[in-house]
Write a protein that binds this ligand. Structure first.
Ligand code: ADP
Ligand code: MG
Length: 247
């Protein structure tokens, strides 16, 4: 059973086809890259998957269930998680409150169960484990605004994982991170994939994409111009043209 399948999805804004005919499947434990030049339709595709936008055409399936007509909240309840290009944190609250927020939103029962120590682990152990992988040492009671950008970006992935998603959509996790922080974000994603989470990763840093993705979808002007392994995609003429602009 795939965790995410999109079939020929599309949306048009004022006559402009921001996304058209995009189809792909993500299996549990896979990391799929979604790349393309600025304005290619990457974030819009995530918005269509998460239910922030309603698709004009096509279908979205989570764990083989058709969620095309479901709200963003319902999709989150079905195990879809998301991180944003700019971290979405509650300002004027603590790190701890922000972490619990992600958990509560998608999986209140899962949070309670973990908190009470079901499945042989508890919430705090899980947080500690993820914080160690992310190499984050932050004061739990600190105000979220006191954190550096690089910490927030990694914390956003940690929060996404605490909701125990089956599928996690990650939009540009590396933007603004230094090499060491980037390595830690990659470690978090690999950890999640090993646990069976299916990941869709948007990123401009090509070395990161080529290094972590099992397969890659390339968009240009809202359309899929290539889909394959990192090797296949980097050798693809249409991809080289889209990126280097040569004909
Ligand atoms: N809510 C919206 N209203 C109008 N146009 C939009 C909206 N969202 C995205 N677009 C347009 O869709 C295209 C794709 O945008 P986007 O998905 O953000 O690209 P990417 O993330 O690949 O850089 C752009 O031309 C953008 O202006
Ligand atoms: Mg974008």
């Amino acid at each position: 059973m795939s965790c995410l399948r999109v079939e020929e999805i599309g949306i048009t804004f004022g006559g402009l086809a921001a996304v058209s005919d995009v189809s792909f499947t993500v299996e549990p434990g896979e990391i799929m890259g979604l790349i393309g030049p600025n304005g290619a339709g990457k974030t819009t595709t995530l918005n269509l998957i998460s239910g922030l936008y309603e698709a004009d055409r096509g279908r979205v399936y989570l764990n083989d269930q058709d969620v095309t007509k479901k709200t963003a909240y319902e999709r989150a309840r079905l195990g879809l998680g998301r991180t944003f290009q700019t971290p979405h944190m509650l300002t004027r609250s603590t790190v701890s409150d922000n972490m619990k927020l992600g958990t509560d939103l998608a999986d209140q029962m899962g949070f309670l169960k973990s908190f009470l120590g079901f499945k042989g682990h508890n919430f705090l152990d899980e947080v500690d484990g993820l914080m160690e992988i992310a190499d984050l040492k932050v004061d739990w009671k600190a105000d979220i605004s006191s954190l550096a950008y690089g910490q927030l970006k990694r914390l956003e992935i940690v929060r996404g994982l605490l909701a125990h998603p089956k599928t996690l959509l990650i939009d540009e996790p590396a933007a603004g991170l230094n090499a060491k922080e980037l390595e830690k974000s990659v470690a978090l994603m690999r950890h999640a994939a090993r646990e069976g989470v299916g990941i869709v990763l948007i990123e401009h840093k090509m070395d990161m994409i080529m290094n972590v993705c099992d397969h890659i979808v390339v968009l240009n002007f809202g359309k899929m111009i290539a889909h394959g392994t990192p090797d296949e995609v980097s050798a693809d003429e249409a991809v080289i043209e889209a990126y280097l602009g040569r004909k």
